[in-house]
Design a protein around this ligand. Sequence first.
Ligand SMILES: COc1ccc([C@H]2[C@H](O)[C@H](O)[C@H](C)N2C)cc1
Length: 448
Amino acid sequence: TIPLLHGAHRIGKRMDVDMNRWRGYGLGQFIHWGLYSILGGDYNGKHYNGAAEWIRSWNQLPNAVYDSLYKQFNPKDFNADKWAAMAKQMGVKYVTITTKHHDGFCLWPSKYTSYNISNTPYKKDIIKQIVDAYTKVGIDVYLYFSVMDWHNPDWRYDLKSASDTIAFNKFKKFTQSQLEEQLRMYPQIKGFWFDGTWDNSWKKSGAFSDSLDQDLKRIHPGLIIGSRLRADDYGKRHFDSNGRLMGDYEQGWERTIPETFADTHGNDWECDMTIPENGWGYAKQWMGHWKTSDELIEMLAKCVSLDGNFVLNFGPKPNGTFRQKEVADAKAIGDWMKINNTAIYNCAHVNWEKQDWGYFTTPTSQDDKVYMIVFNVPVSGALRVLPTKNILLKKAYLLDGDKQLSIEKLDGSAYFVHLPNEGQKQPFVVVLETEKGKNGKQDINKHI
Ligand SMILES: COc1ccc([C@H]2[C@H](O)[C@H](O)[C@H](C)N2C)cc1
């Protein structure tokens, strides 16, 4: 291995109580809200085809016009308790909220820049209201923070001169000051979600990113920070020059989900997903396909079956309300979770052969139970199950209503679980009770 001062400092998963809680979340909510929400992807009667929260980078929109939007930010209908109630009904266990996106506008009253919420007509601290409201209903809060800050004159994409280095040193101090300020102002938060760390300036700042990570965790023990904060001694990100994950979980599964367990490298990871095909901030017109709630529930099940968390993004309107489709999806997912969350919360990957009908999960607390989350009922009504060796199926029943299902043992160690032909219309869960085979080794490996 290559000797590194600023590579991964831990091999394998974090196993403390905070990370174990993170591992069991299953479902989360992302919220992208800011000045970009005012424009909603349109300007001067033209539609910006990129992600709506990137509209400042559009050459049709002068920076000065974007940077004066704060003068009209006044979300009259914003109610953090209503947001938290919607999230609670949806069944999310954690929320990640944008405190500062790439545009540099701060949704909290930072004392390190005047480009913040206190200088808008709205004035009040949005982050505090969200942290308090979600914490009150038992949803853990994480803060999204973009290192790249288009508004700060000391930001640099690369360090090509002494003056670049002087400016960027000031910028690094500003960044650390803002993050420590957030920890002081919002001590209830459980972690940071970093973004905007792909440029050379940051790749050349591996030592700083390492000390920043350590400083923040010293101030706030247990803090959870994903793999997008750090760069190593050679500018490598997410995985250091020895291929080891830097951070408490693998960030980067954005609008995509690993296909197999091997793709997860056995790490903790999170998928962040948009309901439209792309775009995180509010867009007046969503382009392309809008995922249905069944598609979203299947993505959730797939993530949990591969030891990841599924985080669904919402882009509130400038007035602080959500679009109808987002409210409807939150409700549909919540209704499904009310019946089936046993197969999602605190569940993990099962190393049985993947089947076409759906996904296996297993409760990290129980060795003799496996859940089948079924999306594709075969015309035969027979669901194939191939446990790993030495594991026998004892019982099978529907999670919702306990109806017993007949199990047919095939030769070898495969089974058929026979469904009643009730033509289920919603994804549903079958509970399997297992027992050890003759030589008693239980090898559902729990990736906890
Ligand atoms: C360069 O391509 C990018 C860079 C950053 C993003 C940002 C989005 O604005 C959103 O905040 C997402 C979580 N993040 C990766 C998206 C695409």
